[in-house]
Design a binder for this molecule. Structure first.
Ligand SMILES: Nc1nc2c(ncn2[C@@H]2O[C@H](COP(=O)(O)OP(=O)(O)O)[C@@H](O)[C@H]2O)c(=O)[nH]1
Ligand SMILES: [Mg+2]
Length: 274
């Protein structure tokens, strides 16, 4: 088996000073040929970016994109995908900085891209384990029930069980078919948008079980606002990107939320919470 010549692992960070150095160390120690690590940091007040800058002086395969004015997990992902494409990546990993996504699974996600367009490290398929507190496991389970109710299409080949995991691999062709700039999400539900739109375009995805841990250090950015944003966005994806088959309930749920769809440019929408 040959590993890809050019792989980039994107790691969005906000206040991950306690995790980022050991995480990068473990990623580099994997010895994956041609693997680069791209940290997208939103000028974290805890100095995460200064640590990454120091590491990138010693290791040219460590890259930093520091955003000074923007905030958000969704747009950080968009910037990461955009830069990874510009840097010529064949295979792109996205993962959290907090060790909930074990670096040792990265080679397996990359290898799976030999036979699928999107490889998903899953908490919900046979063989997976989720070691987080019961409350977080319940949120994940309910979020997936909700996402699948709106986004799973009968035509989808195979069933994806974990729509909300942020630990995935993507072939370059995913972002050739779906340019990062065309993604409308501004929050973590970018993961569901990306998977739904890719499957609709005929791209394939498959799950690999993994063991999810709670974050090693620092604080989660998960909040009620993040959850509400996802609840409103998911039915909107179905209505926007597969209108012919949108269940009536999808539009009703969207209309009940405070969110509004705005046309940003021809064929390009944004979701806003006024
Ligand atoms: N660049 C950037 N990264 C973020 C932001 N919010 C969260 N992250 C990162 O996204 C990943 C997941 O966030 P986390 O707080 O662990 O959320 P949880 O896993 O849902 O509890 C972590 O690597 C965070 O550092 C943000 O506003 N900007
Ligand atoms: Mg986390």
């Amino acid at each position: 088996m040959s590993l890809p010549s050019r792989s980039i692992a994107i790691v969005p960070t906000y206040n991950e000073a306690a995790n980022i150095e050991p995480l990068i160390g473990e990623l580099l120690a994997l010895g994956v040929p041609g693997l680069q690590v791209l940290v997208v940091d939103d000028n974290s007040p805890d100095g995460t970016s200064a640590i990454v800058r120091r590491l990138s002086d010693a290791h040219p395969e460590v890259l930093l994109a520091q955003r000074m004015n923007d905030r958000g997990r969704g747009t950080a992902g968009i910037v990461g995908f955009h830069l990874a494409m510009k840097l010529g990546a064949d295979r792109i990993i996205e993962m959290d900085a907090d060790f909930s996504h074990p670096p040792r699974c990265v080679p397996e996600l990359l290898r799976a891209l030999d036979h699928t367009d999107i490889s998903i490290a899953s908490r919900l398929c046979p063989g997976a384990r989720d070691l987080r507190p019961a409350s977080r496991r319940l949120v994940t389970w309910l979020a997936n029930l909700y996402a699948r109710a709106f986004l799973e299409l009968p035509s989808h080949a195979g069933r994806i069980r974990d729509w909300t995991t942020g630990f995935r691999g993507y072939r370059r062709r995913v972002f050739e078919a779906l340019p990062p700039e065309a993604l409308i999400s501004r929050g973590p539900s970018i993961l569901q948008e990306l998977l739904f739109r890719s499957l609709n375009l005929g791209l394939t995805a498959s799950e690999i079980p993994f063991e999810m841990k709670d974050r090693a250090a620092g604080k989660s950015t998960f909040s009620g606002k993040v959850a509400r944003q996802s609840l409103a966005s998911i039915p909107a994806y179905r209505a926007l990107f597969h209108p012919a088959s949108t269940p009536r309930g999808a539009l009703a749920v969207f209309q009940l939320s405070n969110y509004r769809m705005e046309k940003a440019s021809p064929g390009h929408f944004l979701l806003r919470n006024p």
